[in-house]
Write a protein that binds this ligand. Structure first.
Ligand code: FES
Length: 356
């Protein structure tokens, strides 16, 4: 199982008035473990009032670039983000798990692709890593990025994006949109709703449907942009999306047990080649929490069905997954689940954490 390691904070700087960028030193001995694909994220953990608090933040730096950097939007009342903004200082350590996540690009120097990106707010964090990596690694590829914010003052990584535009003036098209600031051209004002996506697509994607699109932002923005891009002809396999934060609408609640031989299930987990078995109720508690109650530690971060840190493969038996915002359809088809959202449907379950 991926373990948390204490990483030294080498810098913590304001990015905007409500966001920060944190740089984390990774010792040489751990660099293979912390190698990542552009777009992936890091689970971080702190102790707060005697309890472990975990959050997941996307990496904004490029693969191979050290220190690792993450972007954090400071949420009023957010336990981790307020701690990071007000108390975390260079020289402190943070417990950080190696990178994770299925939302990523796979740069290939042989590609000559046209990429499209839609980011809203802090959703730019993984997209910045993706754009930077693709433009550097693929000299014949192009990227068109639309980035929506309330105002210029809340726009994260604006200097990095302008620097990138200066570095790749021919291959990067960069368009900012602001919902609370009037712009000279109406197309640059407003939110990334369906009409705006269609308008931007018609104006700036005249060469036709791009090869791949990356979308990252809040739940409603993701749904709107991906649905519209699908209507505009982008095939599902070319569309990569990652939600930031829990969806506004609560997910389906955990299913009631459909017990046929009592209401206890036996769950075996296979991890790092070792098996551990525990018993758990068939309703009312998810597999991650039930395992913890039995002294079995399983990976997790958000526990909201978003980050996919708890992803595992159901090798035997059947589970019901209440919510899934973190897995692609092909992963679900192949039997992958989010353990933090699952309750057992059968008496015996075998979960394989070693299957990738
Ligand atoms: S812990 Fe984040 S999806 Fe399960």
């Amino acid at each position: 199982m991926k373990q948390f390691h204490p990483l030294v904070v080498s810098a913590s700087e304001s990015e905007t008035r409500d966001s920060i960028r944190i740089a984390l030193e990774v010792p040489e001995t751990l660099r293979d473990e912390y190698a990542f694909q552009p777009g992936q994220h890091l689970p971080v953990q702190i102790e707060c009032d005697g309890k472990k608090l975990r959050r997941t933040y996307s990496i904004c730096s490029e693969p191979g670039e050290w220190p690792l950097q993450i972007g954090v939007r400071v949420q009023p009342g957010g336990q981790f983000s307020e701690f990071a903004a007000n108390e975390l200082r260079p020289g402190d350590t943070l417990d950080v798990m190696p990178p994770n996540g299925q939302f990523h690009a796979v740069p290939d120097a042989a590609n000559a692709k046209r990429y499209l990106g839609f980011a809203a707010g802090s959703g730019i964090t993984p997209i910045l890593s993706i754009v930077t990596s693709l433009l550097r690694a693929e000299p014949d590829s192009r990227f068109t990025l639309f980035y929506g914010n309330r105002t210029q003052g809340t726009t994260m990584f604006i200097d990095d994006l302008y620097a990138l535009k200066n570095r790749y003036p021919e291959r990067l098209q960069l368009h900012f949109l602001f919902s609370r600031e009037e712009q000279e051209f109406a197309v640059a004002s407003g939110r990334l709703d369906a009409a705006k996506v269609r308008e931007l697509f018609a104006l700036f994607c005249r060469q036709g449907v791009p090869d791949e699109a990356f979308v990252c932002g809040p739940d409603t923005m993701i749904a709107t942009v991906t649905e519209t891009l699908t209507e505009l002809g982008l095939p599902a396999e070319a569309l990569h999306a990652e939600r930031f934060g829990a969806p506004r609408k609560p997910g389906k609640t955990a299913p009631a047990a459909q017990a046929d031989s009592g209401d206890v299930a036996t769950v075996t987990v296979l991890m790092d080649g070792h098996k551990k078995t525990f018993e758990m109720p068939r309703s009312g508690i998810n597999i991650v929490d039930a395992a913890a109650e039995q002294g079995v530690e399983l990976p997790y971060s958000c526990k909201g069905g978003v980050c996919a840190t708890c992803r595992t493969h159901v090798q035997q038996g059947e589970v019901e997954m209440a919510t899934n915002y973190g897995l692609e359809p092909w992963e679900v088809d192949k039997g992958f689940v989010l353990a933090c959202q699952c309750t057992p449907l059968s008496d015996e379950i075998l979960l394989n954490y070693d299957k990738t």
